[in-house]
Structure formats: structure tokens, C-alpha cells
Ligand binder design. Structure first.
Ligand code: ZN
Length: 206
């Protein structure tokens, strides 16, 4: 396989960046989670795991378990894509909870734990969740937690797919006017501008 472009982080939410870890930014589909090594790289780039944790998992002798987690992660991504594309652009309702068993099963295996530590600014102390990062299985947990956060705390009316074709990137429109149309102005926005300009010129008969 030829060299891949760097992974894309335009989703404005970890769960959407996760869905964008397979995409067609330039005509050809690109998979950024082909195997366990890819999963570690992507999580490090997404700032989900620190460099030392990534290095430890890369050096792990337990290849088989890591590949199993990568496969589970891709399967979860397929499920999440189905859920998100079914509900995006609309207000989510309590009835959507009926379909959440695959997510809740994953969350049930989460081994993170809370810790109280020194804070800053307004709070002298703060509560934070930590992970032990002992087993490759833990690599999927932050992504599942992000999916839960997206589903419970974000407005699904603002989740959109880039209007560029064949771009399939998803994002949460956090702009004030809620008028975001493109994954990025530099890629699809520009392409659309150029196409519109060309169409206008053609229309003039010039
Ligand atoms: Zn795009």
C-alpha cells in the first residue's frame, strides 16, 4: 500500500475523529487503523495516550491481543458510524437508547478510576479519571467513553458530513452561526470554490 497521508482531526470531537479514521479525503479510501500498531499511533496522535504509554504498548510482546483489540476497535467504529449517521442532523430521543447495547457492553469493561488531585484557577482540587494502561484492551475504552459523551452531551443536529464529494468526513459544527459546510476550507472548501468559479465562467460563455 502506498504512503498514507497523516490522520485527520477535523471532527471537533474525539468520537467523530475516530469515525474519520477511515475516510476518502482525496478520492481513494484511506484506513488509519489497519492493525494494532496503527491503533497505538492514532491514539497517540489524537492525544488519548501519552508517548510513554504508546512506546510501552509498541514494545509489548502480546501482539495477538493487540491485533484483537484493533479488530474490535474497527468493528466498534462500524457500529458507531451506523448509529451516528442514523441520528445526525436531528434531535436525538430517549428511544435511541434501545440500540446502545454494543456501546454499553464496552463501557462495562472500563477499568479507569477517579483520582483527586491539585487543581488550578477556580478549583483548588479537581477530580480526574486515570487509566492503568496495563492491557491492550484498555486502548478501546477512551474511544467508547468519547462515543458515550458525544451521544449524551452533544447536539446531534450539529453533526454533519462534509459537503465535498467524495469526502465522507464527519464533524460537529461548533461555529457560532452553525454554518460549517466543509471538513476544511483548505481541502473541500477550496475545491468547491474553484468548481463554482469554473461553472460561473462557463455560464458566462467566456
Ligand atoms: Zn471534505
Amino acid at each position: 500500500m502506498s504512503e498514507r497521508p497523516p490522520a485527520i482531526f477535523v471532527g471537533e470531537h474525539l468520537a467523530l475523529d475516530f469515525l474519520n479514521s477511515i475516510a476518502s479525503p482525496k478520492d481513494v479510501p484511506v484506513e488509519w487503523l489497519r492493525d494494532g500498531r496503527d491503533l497505538i499511533d492514532w491514539l497517540e496522535q489524537a492525544k488519548v495516550i501519552e508517548t510513554v504509554v504508546a512506546a510501552r504498548f509498541r514494545a509489548s510482546k502480546n501482539r495477538r491481543q493487540l491485533e484483537d483489540v484493533a479488530a474490535k476497535t474497527r468493528a466498534f467504529r462500524d457500529w458507531l458510524r451506523g448509529f451516528v449517521t442514523r441520528h445526525m442532523g436531528k434531535t436525538i430521543t430517549p428511544a435511541a437508547a434501545k440500540a446502545l447495547a454494543p456501546l454499553n457492553d464496552l463501557l462495562a469493561g472500563d477499568t479507569s478510576y477517579p483520582v483527586v488531585e491539585a487543581g488550578d484557577g477556580d478549583h483548588a482540587l479537581r477530580l480526574r479519571r486515570l487509566r492503568r494502561w496495563e492491557s491492550p484492551d484498555e486502548l478501546l475504552h477512551p474511544v467508547a467513553e468519547a462515543a458515550a459523551d458525544l451521544i449524551c452531551n452533544e447536539d446531534f443536529r450539529l453533526i454533519r458530513a462534509c459537503e465535498g464529494s467524495p469526502c465522507t468526513l464527519l464533524f460537529l459544527d461548533r461555529t457560532k452561526a452553525h454554518g460549517r459546510r466543509w471538513c476544511s476550507m483548505a481541502v473541500c472548501g477550496n475545491r468547491a470554490k474553484v468548481a463554482a468559479h469554473r461553472a460561473r465562467k462557463g455560464g458566462d460563455g467566456s
